[in-house]
Design a protein around this ligand. Sequence first.
Ligand SMILES: [Mg+2]
Length: 233
Amino acid sequence: MLKKLVLFDIDGTLLTVSKINRSVLVDALTEVYGTPGSAGTHNFCGKMDSVIIYEVLQSAGLNKDKISEKFERVKACYIELFRKAAQASDVCLMVGIPDLLQQLSERSEVMLGLLTGNFEASGRHKLLLPEINHYFPFGAFADDAPSRNELPAIAVEKARQLTGTTFADHDIIIIGDTEHDIACARVLNAKSIAVATGNFSTEELKKHHPHVLYENLGRTDVVVNEILHSTII
Ligand SMILES: [Mg+2]
């Protein structure tokens, strides 16, 4: 019987992608809007792909309406360029991830999913390259809502549609590398597991009060145990 819904962030949590992510976005923005805005230097951490596109173009003086007009075009362009450019050698899995996903997938009480700011098509491509996409039957993505804090409820609903089980509170575990992942867990009273494998140290993440904080996800037994025994507090 299903008991735990485990939702993973992608970038900085499952894997890291080379500079190609940023350079492809710069190329797509330049092709569609004639400017990359501030995409060359903007802080992307924990943000939705859609939000990033608006932020970098607004900083170049474009207004919201102008950006919205061509948003679907730039999204399609970015996804196409990313799929063409990204190779397996551009993606590096974080320590412990293959073992952790394998062990969790073997547990009948655990359902795995994604909760990420990536667009689904490019996010799935990041997972296909190191062959971990098959672990995730569903996910909540930047395509699904304008803000990350809306994604947990969407993920719970998608999980219900797939399994008939309605997950709630600390039976939902959200694993991510930024304060944004911690914040969106709080929206549903889900359990947050923060991991310092992205751009933020344990000291920085601690300030945002995750329920659990790890240097990395390398101690598989400890992480699996934490997930299986997650309780409402
Ligand atoms: Mg992340």
